[in-house]
Design a protein around this ligand. Structure first.
Ligand SMILES: N[C@@H](CCC(=O)N[C@@H](CS)C(=O)NCC(=O)O)C(=O)O
Length: 261
């Protein structure tokens, strides 16, 4: 019988439960009639449907929309190599969010990640995943010298750079009257310039944000650069050459290419 899938794909699906499937695994069609499949590992037979049911219970769920901060978390999940399901959400103010998302995050924002725990806030999810999968080496350990810089940069991204974007994208959250919106949006543009410059200076000649080691903070940086839009009169990324250098390298990584097609 011809194998349908082999090796890595099976492993990806069965991650966390059946690591032994990484090698010597074949999946064969068991019966056309019942659409059942048999997984054969070292001569032992397993029912694929049962495996899939159990694995799906363990998959991460990422509430997601194109162009949003959830894409950075998706790149991180890809880098780590854990399987996940995307749950389509929206950033459109006129569209409803999935009810489960709102139960977890009543703000209505994404990303929201559901795993052993359900959490929101992109920086928190980033730290959570990096700590949970230390072998992916995407963050310094608590005892390492660059841990402080890692945390500082993520929090700065979240509450200063993202905040500057929000001034420009969502002025109604910062001013009561409509006539003030243009003013808030303009301040947002200036704030973007101020905050990105701080990060550009912080990076200096470093290869990556933390120096020589790539980390999840670089992924976060890349995600944020995708929100800089000429059409909104945002500063161009070329004003921040050190940021641009890192963003260009992150963009070439297979995980990023997969998510930002
Ligand atoms: N501080 C939050 C902000 C998340 C956020 O602003 N998400 C945007 C998309 S990038 C969103 O969901 N916008 C829709 C809305 O604000 O209702 C985080 O970092 O996760």
């Amino acid at each position: 019988m011809k194998p349908l899938w082999e090796g890595r794909e099976v492993y990806a699906y069965a991650f966390g439960l059946y690591n032994l499937f990484y090698t010597h695994t074949l999946i064969k069609k068991f019966s056309d009639l019942h659409r059942d499949y048999l997984v054969i590992v070292d001569g032992l037979n397993y029912d694929l449907k049962l495996i899939i049911n159990r694995v799906e219970l363990q998959l991460y769920k990422l509430y997601y929309a194109d162009g949003s901060a959830s894409m950075g978390i998706q790149v991180l999940l890809e880098e780590i190599g854990v399987p996940y399901n995307l749950v389509q959400s929206t950033i459109d103010m006129n569209k409803a969010r999935p009810p489960e998302q709102l139960t977890i995050n009543p703000n209505g924002w994404i990303p929201v990640l559901v795993g052993d725990e359900a959490i929101y806030e992109a920086a928190a999810i980033t730290i959570y995943l990096c700590d949970k999968y230390p072998s992916a080496k995407l963050a310094p350990k608590a005892s390492e010298a660059t841990r402080g810089l890692f945390l500082q940069t993520l929090v700065y991204f979240s509450n200063s750079i993202q905040n500057a974007f929000q001034l420009n994208y969502y002025p109604d959250r910062f001013a009561e009257t409509e006539e003030s919106h243009t003013n808030v949006m303009l301040r947002g543009i200036r704030r973007l310039r101020e905050t990105w410059k701080i990060i550009d200076n912080q990076i200096g000649d470093n290869h990556w944000i933390l120096g020589d080691k790539f980390s999840a903070a670089d992924i976060y940086l890349f995600m944020l650069t995708t929100w800089l839009k000429d059409s909104r009169d945002h500063p161009s990324i070329i004003e921040f050459p050190n940021v641009a250098r890192i963003a260009n390298k992150v963009k070439l990584r297979p995980a990023t290419q997969k998510v930002y097609k």
